[in-house]
Design a protein around this ligand. Structure first.
Ligand SMILES: [Zn+2]
Length: 316
């Protein structure tokens, strides 16, 4: 009897330890999947699409952000693979040091891998730390209330929608461009804010041209593009070379951004090697304002916004 209960105790202790270890690991990595994602992409060229499990999210660059900034649309496509565990994720509201949010208990195991068609809507779209991705969208009628024209160089002259950003992000962008200039790096905006209506029009034109299934492989479904938050912008060098194209990754401007963006509250939103988590291929040009504290944390830990929130990989 003693032996039995001793064994039971040992087993209990062991399982408690396992739980603790799991918790520690989750806390440390944010997401157990990151290792896999990284190893999938070891040694990949910047232009590669490797590691993305959803073939629909890649390829067909001609109509994505790449090459046609005017019509720039993130290479979204809502893969049907949406772990349901993401639903209900709330964001912490502000750029304070709120811990990663896990509305539905972060750390829940990745869903079976089977697609969940449901997509959720961010509960606080006005937060500068809002998480928007292929599963977490914006309310249909969402429109940022504080859009302004950042006083920086763009690759075009017109005062049009895509030149705008939310005020706080716009000011940070101005600071960042000024900081870059001091280092001899001349940046330019390519495409900032995009309204739901514009995203919808774009998406529908693609559907007309290619059919919905194919359109989804290269265009964001309206409501799910981070550009709709007014907090994201595609940038290039002031010569506009490689604007929103893979070759931008090899420029000195991209190197500067990768190194310094967080000092101004921006993150490179779709980093190399994290394709499985963000659901997007590496985009050296797409930066997202999240505020200095979160940006610093994310940069130092080498994680994504999804991992910061302990969210489930998007394209799993
Ligand atoms: Zn973008």
């Amino acid at each position: 009897m003693n032996r039995t209960s001793g064994r039971a105790k040992a087993a209990l202790a062991a399982s408690t330890l396992t739980l603790l270890l799991t918790a520690v690991l989750l806390a440390a990595c944010g997401n157990g999947e990151s290792t896999t994602a990284t190893s999938n992409n070891v040694g990949e060229a910047s232009s590669s699409q490797g590691g993305i499990t959803d073939p629909a999210t890649v390829s067909s660059d001609p109509v994505t952000d790449s090459g046609n900034p005017d019509e720039a649309v993130s290479s979204d496509g809502t893969s049907g693979a949406s772990p349901s565990a993401n639903t209900g994720i709330t964001d912490p509201g502000t750029s304070t040091e709120s811990p990663p949010v896990s509305g539905t208990g972060g750390g829940s195991p990745p869903a079976s891998g089977e697609a969940q068609p449901d997509q959720a809507v961010a509960t606080d779209p006005d937060s500068i730390a809002v998480l928007v991705n292929k599963q977490l969208g914006l309310p249909k009628d969402y429109e940022p209330k504080d859009l302004v024209y950042p006083d920086v160089t763009f690759t075009f002259k017109e005062k049009i929608e895509k030149r705008m950003m939310r005020k706080e992000a716009a000011e940070a962008l101005e600071e960042m461009f000024a900081g870059a200039k001091k280092d001899g790096i001349y940046l330019a905006g390519v495409s900032g804010y995009r309204s739901y209506a514009r995203q919808k029009a774009l998406f529908e034109s693609y559907v007309k041209k290619d059919g919905e299934e194919k359109a989804k492989t290269y265009s964001a479904v309206p409501g799910y593009s981070e550009h709709e938050t007014g907090l994201a912008i595609d940038v290039s060098g002031s010569d506009g070379k490689c604007a929103a194209e893979d070759c931008f990754a090899d420029t000195e401007e991209a190197a500067w951004i990768a190194k310094h963006a967080h000092e101004y509250g921006f993150i490179v939103r779709f980093p190399k090697g994290k394709e499985d988590i963000t659901g997007y291929k590496y985009e050296a040009w797409h930066i997202r304002f999240v505020g200095k504290e979160i940006a610093k944390d994310i940069a130092e830990r080498g994680i994504t916004l999804e991992e910061y929130y302990n969210a489930i990989p998007v394209s799993k």
